[in-house]
Write a protein that binds this ligand. Structure first.
Ligand SMILES: [Fe+2]
Ligand SMILES: [Fe+2]
Length: 325
């Protein structure tokens, strides 16, 4: 079945070229934008990097919402820096996608028309200040689990973008954990807010790794191409094993009655998220899908005059250069 998938997605490509391409990947070489690549590889990467870029940008919305309400100057400065980092991550990733022959405008139009997605986690609201801690601790924590292996991904520009992004993500995770620690060790009311945030973000964070391996459509080919390095279930397990002791240290309870240490596997047994909820949010029926898309649409429309101005300036400069020659 594995070989079959590889074949069916690459039917238009010359078998010799394909074999040479796979050999480069197997040898750990990076594929660069001007190198030959199968159309399926290019398309899969455009989808993956594009969705990743959109997630970074849309991911600013639930947190940006709290910048003016941060309780102290220090927390405000930290949150501002984090949200700005996410904008930067979006930019590196749009640039990496552009090296594959798609424009940033195209990617944005695909997002706004609903043909491209962003991570469903950002369709959940941030209702209280402890949620900002939970987002950093759990959402950025899950993102790091996904992204650290991608530093070794086969496509050069993506891999290099991920190296820089991961450095910043680890700051995001730590500031979130620090925030929730302060809340968990605060007054009874603050601790209750921290617990409430964990209750609401736990399962959506587990969903960030995508459906179970047996239901994941793109896994086998993406792994052969080293676009994906670990399976969804492997990464989810790793995340749970890392996070449970952190929650216990804080005196917080993971909202899963089935959670139990499994000596044989050396990891925690846990309940699967409700996948029907995942698919509903993916279809656009999550709590904030409409708000997020409206915010992106508004930003795109509000920025039209600026893009037009830049283009007009570029055209004038080009015309002046031609006239001067
Ligand atoms: Fe990020
Ligand atoms: Fe982040």
């Amino acid at each position: 079945m594995y070989a079959q998938m590889v074949k069916s997605e690459a039917t238009n490509d010359d078998p010799e070229l394909l074999a040479a391409f796979q050999a480069r990947i197997d040898a750990g070489e990076k594929i660069e934008p001007k190198d030959w690549m199968p159309e399926g590889y290019r398309k899969t990467l455009i989808r993956q990097i594009g969705q990743h870029a959109h997630s970074e940008v849309v991911g600013q919305l639930p947190e940006g919402n709290w910048i003016t309400r941060a309780p102290t100057l220090e927390r405000k400065a930290i949150l501002l820096a984090k949200v700005q980092d996410e904008a930067g991550h979006g930019l590196y990733l749009y640039c990496a996608a552009e090296t594959l022959g798609v424009s940033r405008d195209d990617l944005t139009e695909q997002l706004l028309s609903g043909r491209m997605k962003y991570s469903s986690i950002f369709n959940y609201p941030t209702l209280n200040w402890a949620d900002i801690g939970a987002v950093g601790w759990l959402v950025d924590g899950a993102a790091i689990m996904n992204q650290v292996p991608l530093q070794r991904t086969s496509f050069g520009p993506y891999s290099r973008a991920m190296i820089r992004i991961c450095k910043e993500e680890s700051f995001h995770q730590r500031q979130g954990y620090d925030l929730i620690r302060v809340m968990a060790q605060g007054t009874a009311e603050q601790k209750a807010m921290a617990q409430d945030a964990l209750n609401r973000f736990w399962y959506p964070s587990l969903m960030m790794f995508g459906p179970s391996d047996k239901d994941s459509v793109h896994s086998a080919q993406s792994m052969a191409w080293k676009i994906k390095i670990n399976t969804n279930d492997e990464l989810r397990q790793k995340f749970v094993d890392q996070t449970v002791p952190q929650a216990h240290y804080l005196g917080l309870t993971i909202p899963d009655e089935a959670l139990a240490w499994n000596e044989d596997k050396g990891g925690w047994d846990f309940s699967e998220p409700d996948w029907s909820e995942f698919y509903e949010v993916l279809k656009g029926n999550g709590p904030c899908n409409t708000d997020r898309m409206e915010a992106r649409q508004k930003a795109w429309n509000d920025g039209a005059w600026f893009r037009d101005g830049l283009m007009a300036h570029a055209r004038k400069s080009a015309a002046r250069r031609v006239a001067a020659e």
